[in-house]
Design a protein around this ligand. Sequence first.
Ligand code: CU
Ligand code: ZN
Length: 475
Amino acid sequence: MKVDIIFRNADIIDGTGGPRRRGDVAITDDRITAVGDLSEMEGGREEDCSGLAVAPGFIDPHVHNDLAVFTHPDMASVVSQGVTTIINGNCGFSLAPLTAPDPLPQPLRMLFGINAPRFGSFGEYCDRLRAEPPAVNAGCLIGHGTLRVNEVADLERPADEGELRAMSRALDKALGQGGIGLSTGPFYAPARASSTHELTEMARVAQRHAKLYVTHMRDEGDRVVEALEETLEIGRTACCGVHISHHKCAGVANFGVSERTLAIINAAMKHQDVGLDTTPWTASSTILNSGRHRQAQRVIVAESEPFPEHAGRDLADVAREWGVNLDEAVERLLPATGIFFIMDEQDVQRILRFEHTMICSDGIAGGTHPHPRVWGTFPRVLGHYARDVGLFSLEEGVRRMTSLTADRFGLKERGRLRVGNFADIVVFDPATIHERATYDTPVRPAEGIVSVYVNGTAVWKDGQVSNSRPGHVLA
Ligand code: CU
Ligand code: ZN
C-alpha cells in the first residue's frame, strides 16, 4: 500500500492525553490513513521523526483573526506555533455580519482597522474565506457586540424589544449559515449596557442551534465572581452551554481569587455545561483605555496611532517624559493598545492546572509590538509550563490544545491522531520546544516546531511558511 507521507519513528502523542508511544503516522490527501508500525508501508515521501513528537495540530479557540485571515493569509504567527485551527469572532466582536457605518466604536476599530470591510451576512464572509482561504482552518463565532453596533440605536442602554428581536433574527440567520457559536463581551463599551436579560435572549438563540455562549465576562477584576455568577445564570436560564474566555483574576486586590472562581466552575459543572480557556501569561492585552492601567503593575504601550514611536515603551516612562499622569498619557496616546501586567503567577498556574482548562492565545496577527502570546503561547505551555515547571505531562498539555477543544466546539474529525481524521499534524521536539517571543522582542517564531501540516499540506517547515493555503472554513 502506498501513501503520500509517512512520519517515521515518532513519539506519537495522539491528543487524548494517553501516554506517547513509538510508531509511524501515514497521511494520504487530506486524511490520516494509518497509525502504528507501518514498516510494510511505503510513503511517497518519508519524514524521519526519531526523537520528535507527532501530535494533532493545535486548536486555538480564542483569536481575533477575522480580518487577518485575509491580510496575513500565511498565518505565520499561528502555524509557527503548531496551530492548525483557529476560532475567530471572540469577545463579542465578529467581522460578520457587520453593516454599521464608520466610525466603528472600539474595540471594533482596534480589531478590524479603520477601513473594516463590510459583510452584510455571515454567509458572504464564509464565501470570501472559501474563495481566499488562509493557511489554517478557521471557524467563527458570531459577536453579540457586533450585532448590537448594527441594530441598537443607543449603545448606552439595554436593547429594547424591537432591537432584541432584530439581533435575535440576525444571530439566528448567522448561526444557520455556519457561525460556530455566539460570543459576548459585556466588558467592552458597546455591550456594557446590555442587561442579563438581553444576553440571555441571545443565549436562547445559540441554544436552539445547539451552540455555545462564549464570553469575555462583564468583569475580570474586583467583580469577577459576580460576573461568573451572571454567566452561569445565563447558561441555566437559556439551557445553553457557556464558555468562559481567557479566564483571569485581574488586579493585585484579586490575586488568589482563582481558588474561588475555579471552585465555583467545578461545582457548576455538575449541574450545567461549562467550559473555559486561558492564556499562559501574567499580562493581558487590549485597548489602552480599558481602565486596566489602574489595576496593572506595569503597562507597555503596544501600539499608538498618533505616537507610533512609543510602541514597546512603558506607559509610566512616556507619562514621566510628558510630565503628565497615567490617565492623561493614555488619553494622548489614543487610539492605542496596551499590555497590562495584572495577574498573579500563582493564579495563572492554578487556572492552567485545572483539568478542564483549554489553551488559547487571544492573539491577533500583525502589529509592530504585539503581546508575545501572538507568537509564543502554545510552545510556552508545552515547553515552560509542562516540561520545565511540570504543571502537567506533555501529553496532557497537548490534550488541552487538541481533543478537549475540538470536542467543546464541535470540530469534527480534528483534534486526535486517528485514522480517517483530517491530517492536521505538528511535528515538534519535546526537548527544545519553547517560545522565543518576549515582552521586549515579541515578533519571533518559537523554537522546536519542526513541521506543520493542515489538511495534509505543509504550511510550516524549516522555520519558514510555505505558500500553501489549505485551510478549510469550519462552518
Ligand atoms: Cu479576545
Ligand atoms: Zn476578551
